[in-house]
Design a protein around this ligand. Structure first.
Ligand SMILES: Nc1nc2c(ncn2[C@@H]2O[C@H](COP(=O)(O)OP(=O)(O)OP(=O)(O)O)[C@@H](O)[C@H]2O)c(=O)[nH]1
Ligand SMILES: [Mg+2]
Length: 386
């Protein structure tokens, strides 16, 4: 993507990466942008940088509102994960929240009924997931759209709610377009690269779990050097190319795990529309027909959220003690280290070994080390010194 940026632009990019506050970041991006030559090859980068600046401006505004005691959209996270409901007017977002959670939002037949975010809690397999109902996204929504999208940026995942009435495809496309305009993608990438800059003189450390297509670790180091990044931790998951590494340096887009609820599945003609919608949505995104009116289809939503977020439940137990009632909720790929961290830092410092029962254990009570990968339903007993 960003091949052959002049040295000056690369140097300016360092300033963006080092910026701490949104204000500093915005100013640094402006300078970076003015150092980028404008031609076909940099078109996408320029577009992305402009979008990023718009998002930062909105973040700055939102902060001011919060500090000044003005009305903020921010919703404190509760439970294991936060999912935000997004959709156009009248698609049934509030009705869906009422069916899935304990919340009782206002539902009405006129558009723009909901004017502020409202949370509710969904419980699935001992796990609490917070859902947030939002005002409608719209074509001309401007500042309101940005505030709603800001909620999505802060959430762990997205539930797109469309109504299977007329314009159902346009409803879906609108939401995806508004997200993309804010550099958020709903399509699951084949792989993922995370570049974490480290302080001080160090080295570039690359941790690979997956397949690097057409590049090597030394290519990664050379690329980072060309951006004058000499000290970083690079994690590479899944299938990636060197392009993805460069995009990660630019914090290009963020992927949000997403499901689509096709509401109003009770309407005549909705079955045909549902099929059409399913064709439109990328195959990695679950599309679930529901009817808030008839309370149908919701029994599978908890599981879909759980899966798309890649959540797993791990039950801890004390040596010779009882298994905990409530699970720790972690992400797929989590290790014993993550379990220990979630319980107490003392367990990390004084770790000796762990014993496990359940899906990831070769046999009940298997003895494992810190980097053993745990699975949903495991029971873990950590043995530490002292
Ligand atoms: N037929 C049918 N109507 C529904 C269904 N769910 C919601 N509605 C109706 O659609 C209208 C809008 O419902 P809301 O839940 O307020 O929709 P919303 O997306 O929250 O709307 P805004 O807050 O205005 O963006 C109401 O008249 C609901 O009764 C459904 O499953 N089937
Ligand atoms: Mg509503």
């Amino acid at each position: 993507m960003v091949t052959n940026l002049p040295a000056e632009a690369r140097a300016k990019w360092i300033k963006v990466m080092e910026a701490k506050t949104p204000e500093e970041k915005l100013a640094a991006l402006q300078e970076f942008l003015s150092a980028v030559p404008k031609h076909k090859g940099t078109e996408n980068l320029v577009l992305w940088a402009r979008r990023r600046m718009a998002v930062l401006r909105e973040e700055i505004e939102e902060r001011k509102r919060r500090r000044g005691g003005g009305y903020s959209f921010f919703v404190e996270k509760e439970g294991a994960a936060q999912m935000v409901l997004l959709g156009p007017p009248n698609s049934g977002k509030s009705s869906v929240l009422a069916r899935l959670t304990n919340a009782r939002p206002l539902v009405a037949s006129y558009p723009y009924t909901t004017v502020k975010p409202q949370p509710g809690m969904l419980t699935y397999k001992d796990v609490q997931i917070q859902l947030i109902d939002t005002p409608a996204l719209s074509e001309e929504g401007g500042g309101l759209n940005s505030r709603i999208i800001g909620l999505a940026r802060n959430a762990d995942g997205i539930i797109i709610v469309v109504g299977l009435d007329e314009g159902f495809l346009e409803q879906y496309r609108l939401v995806v377009r508004k997200l993309e305009e804010a550099n958020i993608v709903v399509r699951k990438p084949k792989g993922r690269v995370v570049v974490e800059r480290m302080r001080g003189a160090g080295d570039v450390k690359v941790i690979v779990s997956g397949r690097m297509i057409g590049y090597t670790v030394s290519d990664v180091k050379a690329l980072l050097r060309s951006y004058r990044v000499y000290s970083a931790l690079v994690r590479i998951y899944g299938e990636t190319t060197l392009d993805d590494v460069e995009k990660a340096i630019f914090e290009n887009t963020s992927y949000k795990p997403t499901i689509v609820l096709a509401n109003k599945a009770d309407l005549p003609g909705s079955a045909v529309r549902f099929k059409r919608l399913k064709k439109e949505v990328p195959p990695t995104i679950p599309v679930i027909p529901v009817s808030a009116l008839r309370n149908k289809g919701f029994e599978v939503v908890g599981e879909a959220i759980f899966n798309v977020l890649g959540l797993i439940r791990v039950y801890t137990k004390q040596p010779n003690g009882e298994v905990a009632d409530r699970p720790l909720v972690l992400r797929q790929g989590a290790t014993i280290l993550d379990v220990a961290r979630a319980v107490h830092s003392r367990l990390v410092r004084n770790f000796r070994f762990a014993k496990i029962w359940g899906p990831s254990a070769k046999y009940p009570g298997e003895r494992v080390g810190m980097d053993h990968v745990v699975m949903d339903g495991d029971i873990v007993e950590i043995h530490a010194r002292g």
